[in-house]
Design a protein around this ligand. Sequence first.
Ligand code: 5GP
Length: 190
Amino acid sequence: MSKGKIIIISAPSGCGKSTIINALLQRGEIDMQFSVSATNRPPREGEVHGVNYYFLSDDDFRKAISQDEFVEYEEVYPGRYYGTLKREISRIVDSGHNVVLDIDVKGGVNVKRMYGDEAVSVFIQPPSVEALCERLVGRGTESPEAIDQRVARAGFEISYAPQFDHTVVNDDLGRAIDNVSDILKDFTCR
Ligand code: 5GP
């Protein structure tokens, strides 16, 4: 049995990245399983430990770092750490399935560098920073401070787009899902 490949999806927060990934998982046309990351941020309403993230305390996150449990990890927002677990990737790819990572731009670029042709990286771009801000306010999951933090980071994240294999602008959700789907079908069938 051949090993699965790595699919990296990155985007500024609020770009519809999770919606796109969930739509693709639901369509089931591409063989891929979601890699559940670890984070020390608190769960949002409705988020489930082991499904959306492994929600760790600051201490447990530090322990996981010292025990070399991560492929990569980043401090995406001040004091907020997110990391891809080695055991998630190996559990999925060793069983012959492709794994999809929803990670920040720095992590995305690093993982692509590590896995080379065994990975594809896709950057989801918002039509504009204003549109992104409107989406974050509309989503209502974040405090005004967190929204400011996320919008402030968006410019920095967009500057990473040229380092990705593909960029898809999410100005129309249905079309963005189709575009990402075509890219992934092409990659996984190679
Ligand atoms: P959120 O707090 O909105 O769930 O995620 C914030 C950011 O952290 C998003 O850009 C998300 O893609 C990123 N992220 C989630 N998991 C990981 C991870 O394992 N590694 C890295 N580097 N970023 C992650």
